[in-house]
Ligand binder design. Structure first.
Ligand code: ACO
Length: 320
């Protein structure tokens, strides 16, 4: 029986910081509103494209795994902000790192993309179809935001994170996962080209529309149901969990989920205050940071839960 061991991890956070006070200089908002509703204090803004962010995170993960990129046989990039629609971000990463033997695809399950990618990559390794897989979550959301729309402009940031998964006999990696989509709610969150998408006028700005409180309710419901399924499948309970690493969309939502899962604050990894919501990148960035800070160590059991437009949801139990 094969497992998908996480042998490398890495992140890329652009150095430019945009604080809540910076936003309040051009939007009708305040540090008080943003921090109390979301937990966000600042976010990063990239002048590099999604592919470049993804490439840097990938190089860091490959270095940690000490793996020659030529050995990779699959690259999956979770993103909803690709630089181009065709060709995909994964092929840019593949060329940049010289992964000449890999198949490459982008996966879009909005903010859930990284866990979705990990779920499918792990299955591919378990069946023997693939042996060494690079998974990435990368976003340059600030590029497509409408900076006159305070509801959405304050929530997001740029960044990327990556992991290398390799076939292994060790019982580690993603041991159980459950991914779903509550498609009846696909209209509660959308990012579309709007009227500006025409051959002559598209300016790269997209229209964000979402019903925050509806997403909040459905996200809590969807994530807790997925977490319960993972507990049932593994036979583990909350006492067995060494850390909770959830998608970082809102601190209040994370606190709510932690309470529901009965995970104490000190075991919950939260970095939304520094980076905002980086969509598919929040999970791999949080993992890379948790390793760097010694919050997770080999053998630890970590629960992750995600949600995103679709309305996609999921949870996974990772043994580090
Ligand atoms: N600054 C100041 N005031 C604002 C801002 C802002 N940036 N944005 C909205 N407001 C105002 C609104 O206009 C509204 O004013 P009104 O009462 O006079 O009409 C008031 O603040 C309350 O707005 P709500 O949208 O009801 O605020 P809410 O408490 O629901 O917080 C939030 C919004 C943070 C988005 C919350 O609903 C949430 O976290 N939802 C779940 C996550 C989510 O939806 N994220 C966005 C999608 S991305 C994803 O992760 C899937």
């Amino acid at each position: 029986k094969k497992y998908a061991e996480i042998t490398g991890w890495g992140k890329c956070l652009p150095p430019a910081v945009l604080t809540n006070d910076d936003l309040a200089t051009f939007l009708d908002t305040s540090d008080e509103w943003i921090s109390s509703r979301t937990g966000i204090l600042e976010r990063r803004v990239s002048h590099l494209g999604t592919s470049e962010l993804a490439t840097i995170a990938a190089r860091n993960a490959l270095a940690a795994a000490d793996l020659d990129p030529k050995e990779l046989d699959l690259i999956i990039v979770g993103t909803c902000t690709p630089d181009e629609i065709i060709p995909n971000v994964a092929s840019a990463v593949q060329r940049n790192i010289g992964a000449t033997h890999a198949a490459s695809l982008d996966a879009n399950a909005a903010c859930s993309s990284f866990l979705y990618a990990m779920h499918f990559a792990t299955q591919a390794i378990k069946t023997g179809a693939h042996k060494k897989v690079l998974i990435i979550g990368a976003e340059r959301l600030t590029r497509i935001l409408d900076w006159t729309q305070r509801e959405s402009a304050v929530l997001f940031g740029d960044g990327a994170g990556a992991m290398v998964l390799e076939a292994s006999d060790n019982e580690v990696g993603l041991l159980s996962s459950h991914v779903t989509c509550d498609a009846d709610a696909r209209d509660v969150l959308s990012l579309d080209f709007g009227l500006s998408f025409d051959r002559f006028g598209f300016d790269g700005i997209m229209e964000f529309s979402f019903v925050g409180q509806e997403i909040f309710k459905r996200a809590v419901k969807g994530m807790s149901a997925s977490v319960e399924k993972v507990f049932a499948e593994t036979g583990l309970t909350t006492e067995d969990i060494d850390a909770l690493i959830p998608h970082q969309a809102n601190k209040r939502l994370i606190d709510f989920l932690a309470k529901l899962c009965k995970v104490p604050n000190e075991k919950t990894v939260i970095n939304i205050q520094k980076y905002g919501n980086t969509s598919s990148a929040t999970l791999p960035i949080a993992y890379a940071e948790a390793v760097e800070q010694g919050k997770i160590k080999p053998g630890d059991k970590i629960m992750s839960a995600v949600f995103g437009g679709g309305l996609t949801c999921g949870a996974g139990l990772i043994k580090w």
